[in-house]
Design a protein around this ligand. Structure first.
Ligand code: IPE
Ligand code: IPE
Ligand code: MG
Length: 257
């Protein structure tokens, strides 16, 4: 009876060291529209919500925070909106990098780095380099990001290693794939929150979300605050996670709290 397939291990969970949370920050446009304001104003207020979110995360027990800030599909928006979103990211990093560093935040950017407008790629490199040694909160910004594109890049990296003779095809396993993704070294999110009432992933963390819990909130992203964040975490903590096993009180979440 030794020919049972090996059970693939669930990827390392961050629960014991602090929670991993991914957020799809959605609803800026509708927030502005409801007030008769330009979409840019919604995005500006969205940036303020992002700051609140990052500032409150450590106090709420969050150790890894992944924020979806620009998807590869967002390039299909009108050019002035795309430019506004790029400009806001620059503004955020320029204005907050010092504070992030002071607060022990390590910044990591996931997504396609090539093809970004001048000045952005350098700023992303600078943010990562400046904060590299910090360990209070890992802030992962998904920028120019798509889950399928990330998996494609990872497959290409592995294929290069196979072609170079440094990796045997049989040696490719879950860990190898994890290590080839942009998120290498970052535990999978245990919870994914999406604001604005939409209930979809929109190409966010497809591989990493395998066993994530989902909380969909009706609140529009510019209105997101610490109270909303705490409520989403409370809902998550009340969930029973089984990871394909049986619910016999062995939930890693409950055991850790
Ligand atoms: C989220 O708000 C910001 C980004 C996607 C970059 P939206 O701009 O998608 O707002 P809605 O969904 O149109 O309300
Ligand atoms: C997802 O929101 C992307 C980000 C939050 C950056 P979208 O507003 O782009 O997603 P769809 O178009 O509603 O799926
Ligand atoms: Mg949207």
């Amino acid at each position: 009876m030794n020919d049972m397939p090996a059970v693939p291990a669930i990827r390392r969970s961050a629960t014991l060291e602090g929670l991993g949370v991914g957020i799809i920050m959605d609803g800026n446009g509708r927030w502005a529209q409801a007030r008769g304001l330009p979409r840019l104003e919604g995005h500006r207020r969205g940036m303020e919500a992002l700051r609140r979110c990052v500032r409150s995360a450590p106090g709420l027990g969050v150790r890894y925070l992944t924020l979806y800030s620009f998807s590869v599909e967002n390039w299909t928006r009108p050019l002035d909106e795309v430019n506004d979103l790029m400009g806001l990211l620059k503004l955020y990093l320029r204005r907050d990098l010092h504070e992030l560093n002071q607060n022990g935040v390590r910044v990591k950017i996931i997504g396609e780095r090539t093809g970004l407008p001048r000045g952005i790629a350098e700023l992303l490199d600078e943010a990562e380099a400046t904060t590299r040694g910090n360990d209070k909160l890992d802030l992962v910004l998904a920028f120019n990001y798509g889950g399928r594109q990330e998996i494609t890049r990872a497959m290409r990296r592995l294929a290069h290693q196979v072609a170079a003779g440094t990796l045997a095809p049989e040696a490719i396993n879950l860990e190898q794939i994890d290590a080839a993704l942009d998120t290498a070294g970052i535990p999978d999110p245990e919870l994914i929150i999406r604001t604005s009432g939409e209930q979809r992933l929109s190409n966010f963390l497809l591989w990493q979300a395998a066993y994530a819990e989902f909380v969909f909130l009706p609140v529009l992203w510019p209105d997101f605050d610490e109270t909303t964040f705490a409520a989403a975490l409370a809902e998550f903590r009340g969930r029973s996670r089984r990871f394909g096993g049986r619910d016999e009180g062995a939930s890693p979440i409950k055991a850790a709290r």
